[in-house]
Ligand binder design. Structure first.
Ligand code: SF4
Ligand code: SF4
Ligand code: SF4
Length: 375
């Protein structure tokens, strides 16, 4: 327990502006127990988990902040108005119009690319599907939201109500494995995916010994998204793919398990942009003008405002253009149109698949079962 076991060593606060602002983990926990913590404070923590990783006493300040967010909802609290936009984004991803489940006959594995990749890079998603189908001819595809934003905002009931059906539906349809392209989605399937096995497409590409059609030269550094802080296999796979491309990697001080947030974590930019920006500034200093490879569309978007950030999938499929900074990345409202276009296109291309989507109540149902696949 933090109030009892924290030795106030300050390790967790060394790079965390949030803890520095509020006097440290122990002080925060004491105020929380005494009920004197200002209500806005838990929403200012990025939930990045660096404090938890660094604590010599195995304490978990991030969990304390998440628990306070959850308590807000358990006590009947409503979402903050500042979070309206991110929650609308999440709702859109899990709506009947945007969601899609394509399950070819015999499908045991699905690709779950998340919301950001299909919106910003629809062509990349098609290339990825094509590549993975060489290993899994019956690979399925799910366009839906993992509800990590709700998870991080402490909306446990919403996660249960909206992510639970994803897991149950896939299992009921015979799916046993999920491949993720978004680290946040991976985190959700790891923690809430039940009997579904999951791993990132980056590990998958390493397993199939992916080789680039041609190599490129240059030096990059790697930003590991904090959502997969503890997934050493993912960190290694990303580095293997990067060096396979011919690139040299120079690591930043905060990397792998000790990575830092890009600034977008915990929906902090909506309530405390200065604190979110302190993480981004740290990344900028450590990147020191080197090109940054990362593997979360959100991180690329956030860091990309300040430095040359490249999505690993852009590096895999268009390395020269990615290195030259010539990748077209769609922005809203085009991102929504891209997702709708993908849904239309993929439904047409995979006519032999069982097709499902969300209903208005959040459950998922089949809308089309091809003849001969009605069992
Ligand atoms: S911002 Fe990150 S390091 Fe700081 S308290 Fe929150 S989870 Fe811990
Ligand atoms: S690292 Fe752990 S022991 Fe040290 S101040 Fe933070 S919570 Fe306390
Ligand atoms: S974590 Fe992935 S699926 Fe969830 S909102 Fe973000 S991009 Fe979408």
């Amino acid at each position: 327990m933090l109030t009892r076991d924290c030795i106030d060593c300050g390790l967790c606060a060394r790079d965390c502006a949030f803890l520095q602002r509020h006097g440290g983990a122990r002080q925060l926990a004491e105020k929380a127990s005494a009920g004197t913590l200002p209500p806005e404070v838990p929403w200012q923590c990025s939930l990045c988990g660096l404090c938890t990783r660094l604590c010599p006493k195995d304490l978990d300040p991030a969990a304390v902040m998440l628990e306070l967010r959850r308590a807000h909802f358990r006590q009947g609290g409503r979402p903050l108005s500042a979070h309206r936009r991110i929650l609308a984004y999440e709702r859109r991803g899990a709506s009947p119009r945007f969601s899609l489940y394509l399950l070819p006959p015999g499908c045991r594995t699905v690709l779950f690319p998340g919301c950001a990749l299909p919106g910003t890079r629809p062509g990349r998603l098609l290339e990825l599907l094509h590549l993975l189908r060489q290993r899994y001819p019956d690979l399925g595809l799910v366009l839906d939201c993992c509800h990590k934003p709700s998870h991080d905002l402490g909306r446990e009931e919403q996660v249960e109500r909206m992510f639970g059906p994803v897991v149950h539906f896939l299992l009921a349809q015979g799916v046993r494995r999920v491949l993720t392209a978004c680290p946040n989605c991976q985190r959700m399937f790891s923690s809430h995916g039940g009997a579904l096995a999951s791993q990132t497409v980056y590990e998958e590409l390493c397993e199939i010994n992916w080789q680039p059609p041609h190599t490129v030269a240059g030096t990059v550094t790697i930003h590991d998204p904090c959502g997969v802080r503890m997934r050493q296999g993912t960190h290694q796979a990303v580095r293997t793919l990067t060096t396979t491309l011919g690139l040299r990697i120079e690591e930043m001080r905060h990397c792998r398990e000790k990575t830092v947030c890009c600034g977008e974590g915990g929906s902090v930019p909506y309530v405390a942009p200065g604190l979110a920006g302190s993480w981004t500034s740290l990344r900028l200093r450590e990147a020191a003008e080197r090109r940054v490879v990362t593997y979360c569309a959100g991180c690329v978007g956030f860091l990309g405002r300040h430095l040359h950030a490249m999505h690993l999938l852009d590096m895999v499929f268009a390395p020269r253009r990615a290195l030259a900074g010539r990748i077209f990345v769609a922005r809203p409202p085009l991102t929504s149109l891209n997702r709708l276009w993908l849904k239309f296109l993929l439904r047409r291309r995979m006519r032999q698949a069982r097709i499902g989507q969300r209903r208005h109540d959040g459950t998922i149902g089949l809308t089309n079962v091809p003849q001969g696949d009605a069992d």
